[in-house]
Design a protein around this ligand. Structure first.
Ligand SMILES: Nc1ncnc2c1ncn2[C@@H]1O[C@H](COP(=O)(O)OP(=O)(O)OP(=O)(O)O)[C@@H](O)[C@H]1O
Length: 291
């Protein structure tokens, strides 16, 4: 277990704006990351990857302040230090299919400037073991399943035992069993470390995160505990035989009844809200619906 980062090692952004030409991907976002796992939710195009790339020092913001692990990534020396102390798992890690798992992770370790061969190889073995892939280390990436490849990518992210982990949709495309396995891994990694986990899976957030941040249209829409997000929908979720008037989001369940989110009628059969309900309600509100 790692010690809590001191306030001088904190990771925060203040009034951060990122524009791609005329498009504003992040609009005046301020956020301080805390120890533990923070889930980052938001619809497609909300700005999640952009935020992660800024924190991972892969993208320079248009405006605003940024500190990562207490350093300013805009200066080359501090940026280099940040990169050594942080692990970033991008959405598409860009595998070299003919590499073995060991060769791929070793290659990343070389890029991270682990120059002493024997120590580097020991570190590669350590991280492959941490993700449960010791037995597969000599297999070529093209021969591994998608879930295993994702674990190889996570292993590469863990080189150097980073204090800050930035994970962009790590469970996408995994089957339920692999997702559970990945969740366990991430839960372990979140012990005493700062993890920012971008995802579309509200179940992953409910299962893993102590905090959830929601982006929408490049703005910060919500920052609370998962329970806090669920509570947004308290008294706003109900069942009905058909899709109800006043419903801004909802679906027909397997039993044939409709689960509605929005403004319930007075005699509605209210349901216990979930994190997904709170999130859907928040998104519907953002889109201009009245709830
Ligand atoms: N390189 C780029 N050039 C131009 N526009 C971009 C670029 N990258 C992102 N954008 C735009 O910025 C906005 C935010 O994109 P971003 O990828 O950060 O969102 P996201 O929340 O990660 O979406 P998703 O869930 O689909 O991955 C979108 O409108 C997107 O089209």
């Amino acid at each position: 277990m790692k010690p809590n980062p001191s306030t001088t090692d904190r990771t925060c952004i203040t009034d951060l704006t990122v524009r791609y030409g005329r498009a504003t991907a992040l609009d005046n976002v301020s956020l301080t990351l805390t120890t533990g796992i923070t889930g980052l939710l938001g619809p497609n195009g909300a700005g999640k990857t952009t935020l992660l790339r800024v924190l991972a020092t892969a993208l320079v913001p248009t405006a605003g302040d940024i500190q990562v692990l207490g350093r300013d990534p805009r200066t080359p020396r501090e940026r280099q230090e940040v990169r050594r102390r942080m692990g970033y798992l991008p959405q598409s890690p860009g595998f070299h299919r003919h590499f073995t798992a060991f060769e791929f992770v070793d290659y990343v370790a070389i890029l991270k400037e682990h120059t002493v061969r024997s120590a580097r190889h020991a570190e590669v073995r350590r991280v492959l073991d941490a993700v449960g892939l010791s037995a597969e280390r000599s297999k070529k990436l093209k021969a591994l399943s998608g879930g295993m490849r994702q674990r190889v990518a996570l292993a590469a992210t863990l080189i150097g035992d980073p204090e800050l982990l930035i994970l962009d949709e790590p469970t996408v495309g995994l089957d339920p069993e692999q997702r559970l396995r990945f969740r366990e891994l991430i839960a372990d990694l979140g012990e005493g470390r700062t993890v920012l986990l971008s995802t579309h899976q509200t179940e992953d957030v409910a299962a893993l995160c102590g905090r959830v941040v929601v982006l929408g249209g490049g703005r910060l829409r919500h920052d609370a505990t998962p329970q806090g997000l669920s509570e947004l929908a308290r008294g706003r979720v109900w069942f009905s035989r058909d899709r109800a008037l006043g419903s801004v989001a909802g679906w027909r369940t397997g039993t044939g009844v409709h689960r509605n989110i929005g403004v319930p009628p007075e005699d509605a059969e209210l349901a216990e809200p979930t994190l997904e309900d709170g999130y859907l309600l928040l998104n519907a509100t953002q889109e201009g619906a009245t709830v």
